[in-house]
Design a protein around this ligand. Structure first.
Ligand SMILES: [Zn+2]
Length: 496
């Protein structure tokens, strides 16, 4: 109905005001090149058409790149990568396009050789190299090159994953990124903290990255941690309350893409979240849901971030916590008929809904995933403690009259009546048409789980277990899959 009205309105108002409902999908763009050098070049094109200064680091030197990123931001300079021994051709071409006259090389000759530096010089570009005796020292020297700042970001110099998502924050605030070990602070880092007059610090990473002894030696530190790189990135975005109107998404194991992408996120005053390449990470899903993110730019080409991940980001169900409640269980078999126990049918369909929603980027949660009994109140409680966005209870129908047949979907108007009804209206016609059952329509009833769940909630009666034709469908995997697809599709279209 909603999209029907949109289309109808569009006919009258024209294209200027209304956009068809397909655009209720999330926006996903992609910036990438054929390798790390090319991706950094493409990223620079999103930031600068010309740049008198560019920062160049070795393409395999993540520590140099991490410390260089806030400096590049401050200098209005793109961050570009090169091979060690020779200036990468993509980078060379880009330096010409940018009309660059000054290059700052961050890192010593093992990362960017003298030969590479000479190749840059021969382009008529003047060179300044910032290099220390180790990564701590290089970061300290980069910090010295930056404007004064009272705060620094501190990460373990050997764990690039900790640093990625906090780069945009450090860069746009002018905070240097300094390195420690897990159990000690290098003297170069201590020196930089003193000479810069740093009075507070933000540590990215848990005690496994920087232990509490080191942590306590830092100037009034605050720590952001996470159970893995994806959760850490998500927590950085949440705790630092970074802007999320267009979020950059990169592969958490691809540091070149992620660091270059982070400079773009900084430039656009946005945030960076991390995924694995094959499947959108749970950490990313959570923060997407919590922050209601709807616009993304993927960093890197496939396979660094697969089309599947891009499609998950595009799906408006991404990051939504969908509570799926297969009715009955254990001693409570629900309806019985034609050789079927309702509890088994419900669980089978619910599991299929769970995996379909998961594949679409949602965060489905099930009230039970095996033959266990939970009271109705326990189910309501579980949905509430999952902080679910939607509650969907799956049942099969029964009647003393075996001729009763068809599918129906219930909502209750105690809480969220409008949204519950809309969800039911999205699911109900879908399920009847996919199963080829009689469409008994959307109905209201005060069933316990939908009456007491405070989020939008529906109860789906897939078909009649007591009817021979309906039951024959509920016996078949192909139909149970169709029922699950219908609930999945209805849920997605609810968000469109
Ligand atoms: Zn039931």
């Amino acid at each position: 109905m909603r999209s029907y009205f949109k289309v109808l309105a569009m006919c009258f108002l024209g294209l200027v005001l209304f956009i068809p409902s397909a655009l209720a999908d999330n926006t996903v763009k992609r910036v990438g090149g054929s390798n790390r050098y090319g991706t950094a070049v493409q990223i620079s094109k999103q930031m600068y058409s010309t740049a008198s200064t560019a920062v160049i680091v070795g393409g395999a030197s993540y520590a140099d790149a991490i410390s260089a990123a806030p400096l590049a931001y401050q200098k209005n300079a793109p961050l570009l990568y090169t091979n060690t021994k020779n200036l990468s051709s993509e980078t060379k071409t880009r330096l010409k396009e940018l009309k660059t006259t000054n290059v700052i090389i961050v890192g010593g000759t093992p990362a960017v050789s003298s030969n590479t530096a000479n190749q840059i010089k021969s382009m008529g570009i003047s060179i300044k190299r910032i290099a220390g005796s180790n990564r701590y020292d290089t970061a300290a020297k980069v910090a010295k090159e930056m404007k004064s700042a009272s705060k620094a970001v501190i990460v373990n110099g050997f764990l690039y994953a900790d640093a990625l998502a906090i780069i945009p924050y450090a860069a746009k605030n002018g905070y240097p990124i300094l390195f420690t070990n897990k159990t000690s602070i290098n003297s170069a880092t201590t020196g930089a903290i003193k000479s810069k007059g740093i009075t507070s610090s933000v540590v990215a990473g848990g005690t496994g990255s920087i232990n509490n002894t080191v942590y306590k030696k830092l100037p009034s530190p605050t720590r952001i941690s996470g159970s893995n790189r994806y959760e850490l990135a998500a927590n950085i975005v949440q705790k630092l309350n970074l802007s999320t109107s267009n979020v950059y998404v990169s592969n958490g194991f691809s540091y070149p893409d992620s660091i270059a992408g982070a400079t773009l996120a900084a430039k656009k005053k946005q945030s960076l979240i991390l995924t694995n390449g094959e499947n959108l990470s749970a950490g990313a899903r959570k923060v997407i849901g919590n922050k209601n993110m709807t616009s993304f730019t993927v960093i890197g080409n496939t396979p660094a971030v697969s089309s599947k991940v891009a499609n998950q980001l595009k799906n408006p169900v991404v990051g939504k916590t969908i509570f799926i409640d297969p009715g009955h269980g254990d001693q409570d078999s629900g309806a019985i008929g034609n050789g079927l126990l309702e509890k088994d049918v419900n669980l089978d369909i619910a599991k299929r809904i769970n995996s379909k929603l998961n594949a679409s980027g949602a965060l489905p949660v099930m009230s039970r995933s095996n033959d266990t009994f939970y009271s109705l109140q326990e189910r309501v409680n579980k949905g509430a403690s999952a902080n679910a966005d939607l509650f969907i209870s799956i049942h099969a129908n029964a009647n003393d009259n075996s001729s009763a047949n068809g599918s129906e979907t219930y909502y209750d108007s105690t809480y969220q009546a409008t949204n519950s009804k809309r969800l039911a209206e999205q699911i109900q016609p879908n399920i009847a048409s996919r199963l080829g059952t009689k469409n008994r329509g959307v109905k209201t009833a005060g069933f316990y789980v939908i009456k007491y769940s405070k989020m939008p909630s529906v109860l789906v009666e897939t078909a009649f277990i007591t009817n021979k034709v309906d039951a024959s469908k509920l016996k078949q995997a192909v139909y149970k899959d169709k029922a699950a697809q219908a609930v999945h599709d209805g849920t997605v279209s609810y968000y469109r």
